[in-house]
Design a protein around this ligand. Structure first.
Ligand SMILES: Nc1ncnc2c1ncn2[C@@H]1O[C@H](COP(=O)(O)OS(=O)(=O)O)[C@@H](OP(=O)(O)O)[C@H]1O
Ligand SMILES: Nc1ncnc2c1ncn2[C@@H]1O[C@H](COP(=O)(O)OP(=O)(O)O)[C@@H](O)[C@H]1O
Length: 201
């Protein structure tokens, strides 16, 4: 989607920098970008991780459909163009949250490689952590908590990711969580270990 660049708008740099806020919080501001099919576990794992991090004294926040697709992106549907715009806006919001020093999690299918890559390029190296929440489609058809796959298979929902719309798998994600093989706790622990190893927490 072509967007008009803002003209005659001058960037105003604040006195307080990201590093100052990070020192204040005792953590690094990063984006944990969960990507994967509907029902793979993005939202479940992100919210569980948010709770675990808070118990450890670390501040995080989950951007997901509840606070984005019902609000900021309430005007967008599921065409390729709308999904692209969905991810573009979420990327910009996630960048702002990470700039605050918050461990920012996003839980969106984000099916297109180029859209995820564009978000990666918004922030510094190491600040975009792509987490592929992987689960075979056959398992998702069984989980199907909202009956969405059943409807999509019957053709009652058009362009449904994994059934009638594409999902482009990450090539080199920082982490892969196999939610058909590991428990929610094991996945959460893998992310915490990654954050510790990279001195993010
Ligand atoms: N056509 C189609 N394709 C895929 N998903 C669909 C579709 N229509 C509705 N839904 C429900 O919307 C949720 C996914 O929205 P996302 O914002 O994550 O999608 S995307 O990143 O823009 O592709 C996801 O809901 P949750 O699983 O509750 O997140 C889907 O079930
Ligand atoms: N190992 C697992 N990891 C994450 N979710 C799991 C796992 N096993 C079963 N589930 C279930 O799968 C569903 C995942 O739903 P959700 O987190 O909303 O997915 P998404 O955000 O990717 O659409 C939940 O009902 C969750 O309880």
């Amino acid at each position: 989607m072509e967007r008009k660049k803002s003209e005659n708008v001058v960037w105003h740099a604040g006195k307080i920098k990201k590093e100052d806020r990070e020192r204040f919080l005792g953590q690094k501001g990063v984006i944990l970008w969960f990507t994967g099919l509907s029902g793979s576990g993005k939202s479940t794992i992100a919210h569980e991780l948010e709770e675990r991090l808070l118990k450890m004294g670390k501040l995080s926040y989950v951007l997901d459909g509840d606070n984005i697709r019902h609000g900021l992106n309430g005007d967008l549907g599921f065409s390729p163009e709308d999904r692209e715009e969905n991810i573009r806006r979420i990327g910009e919001v996630a960048k702002l949250f990470a700039d605050l020093g918050i461990i920012t999690m996003t839980a969106f299918i984000s099916p297109y490689k180029k859209d995820r890559q564009r978000v990666r390029e918004l922030v510094k190296d190491g600040e975009f952590i792509e987490i592929y929440v992987k689960c075979p489609i056959d398992e998702l058809k069984i989980r199907d908590p909202k009956g969405m796959y059943e409807k999509a298979i019957k053709g009652e929902i058009k362009n449904f990711t994994g059934i009638s719309a594409p999902y482009e798998e990450p090539e080199n994600p920082e982490l892969i969580l196999n939610t058909d093989l590991e428990s929610i706790d094991e996945s959460v622990e893998k992310v915490i270990e990654y954050l510790r190893n990279k001195d993010i927490i």
